[in-house]
Design a protein around this ligand. Structure first.
Ligand code: UD1
Ligand code: UDP
Length: 375
């Protein structure tokens, strides 16, 4: 069986790492009967669109997660949405045509997801969407459009939560839908185990931080960064929070560019650092007293690690986190972000129940369903 995974942005490297590992386990357990030892049961190839390209946004993830060099690198780089998606499709389509994979797998909701899904649709191969069925209800977000399109052209839809399954039902999609759990939980559990102890301690010391003694923040969603009023209000909240406890902000390049463009003044009480690689990020997350974020991945990781999170958005695709009391949706007003932070810092810590996210066995389920469908 030949499979092709299409990735391109930071969170997708984490997701595909879980799938790569499950493919390797499947190949090991299904042996090489009838094949030469070098011929795996599943031949899994990787295509990197090049949407993210800085070392700490891409290469460092490949190294830490033990990902192989991509078989195909399109190097499309940054551009406006339409130009970027068009360049990706133009690069992915000939790879699909030349390789003729049985399965194309796309992940999440980025422009790389959309391009992979469109290039694979009507190509004769099975199109599988990992992280299917999530909805924010906000169609002004490019990610919402990317998800909807990917879901509606996919033949197999792997849902991280039961809510996602219900969302698809509401849109009339029930064939090929599977609740598998969240591959990001698989990746997190394995990586935290790998870095527990000395590595985790060393990372904390390198950043000069103490356990439970700081707030970790990430802000990068276009809806927040591309609106001067929203970005200013969020930055002001982080600065005020900095009066209460140290705030560390690994700054996404989009946010840095926009803050410079709008002339948002330097924040004296926020420690702004470059984006950090995945292991460093997990260490910073696990030891934080509080996480403030608009990231889909970081809000879940906070939840999985039992760290309270302020979700700086008006809605979330992950309502389970809010329902379980681990996260608060604050919106973007300065006062509301601060009061959500206050409530979480002073209240009792809720206990996360990761069973709602599949308990860390998502990738294995995905691989065995795909193997059954593509054999
Ligand atoms: C993209 C995804 C978003 C996801 C995020 C993960 C879309 C529509 N958005 O947003 O859903 O949450 O990735 O981080 O696909 N840049 C660099 N170096 C890089 C990559 C980007 O400097 O390695 C800068 C460029 O100025 C670029 C900007 O960041 O224009 C935005 O990058 P882009 O990939 O378009 O969107 P993200 O904001 O990263
Ligand atoms: N991440 C990281 N370093 C950072 C910021 C995020 O390693 O400086 C990781 C984070 O732990 C998670 C993934 O990147 O695994 C989330 O990506 P991001 O927030 O960029 O995108 P989203 O999940 O919102 O699509």
């Amino acid at each position: 069986m030949k499979w092709l995974s299409v990735v391109g942005a930071r969170p997708q490297f984490v997701k595909v790492a879980a799938v790569c590992r499950a493919v390797a386990e499947f190949n090991l357990s299904h042996g090489t009967a009838g094949r030469s030892a070098s011929e795996p049961v599943i031949e899994h190839k990787l295509l990197h669109t090049g949407q993210h390209y800085d070392r700490n946004m891409s290469g460092a993830f490949f190294e830490q997660l033990g990902l192989p060099e991509p078989d195909f690198s399109l190097n499309v780089g940054s551009a406006s949405r339409c130009v970027q998606v068009a360049a990706m499709i133009a690069g992915i389509a000939p790879v699909i045509e030349g390789e003729r994979p049985d399965v194309v797998i796309v992940y999440g909701d980025t422009n790389s997801t959309l391009a992979g899904a469109l290039a694979a649709s009507n190509s004769g191969c099975i199109l599988a969407h990992v992280e299917a069925g999530l909805r924010s209800g906000n169609r002004r977000m490019a990610e919402e459009i990317n998800r909807i399109v990917a879901d509606h052209v996919s033949g197999l839809l792997f849902c991280p939560t039961h809510n996602a399954v219900e969302n698809l039902k509401r849109e009339g999609i029930d064939r090929g839908v599977h609740f598998t759990g969240d591959v990001m939980l698989d990746a997190l559990l394995r990586s935290v185990e790998m870095i527990a102890g000395e590595t985790m301690d060393r990372i904390l010391i390198e950043f000069g931080l103490v356990r439970d003694g700081y707030c970790l923040a990430t802000i990068h969603r276009a809806e927040n960064t591309d609106d001067p009023a929203r970005l200013t209000a969020i930055m002001r909240a982080l600065d005020l929070l900095g009066a209460r406890l140290p705030v560390v902000l690994p700054l996404h390049p989009r946010t840095r560019r926009k803050a410079d463009e709008y002339g948002i003044p330097a924040l004296g009480r926020v420690r702004i650092i470059e984006p950090v690689p995945y292991f460093e990020m997990l260490a910073l997350e696990k030891n934080a007293a509080l996480i403030v974020t608009d990231s889909g991945g970081v809000q879940r990781e906070a939840f999985f690690l039992g760290v309270p999170g302020v979700i700086v958005r008006d809605e979330t695709e992950w309502p389970e986190i809010v329902e379980q009391g681990m996260g608060r949706l604050s919106g973007v007003e300065t006062a509301k972000i601060l009061s959500a932070a206050d409530a979480l810092l002073s209240g009792p810590r809720a206990r996360p129940d990761p069973a709602a996210f599949g308990g860390g066995h998502a990738a294995g389920k995905i691989v065995s369903i795909l193997a059954g469908a593509s054999n």
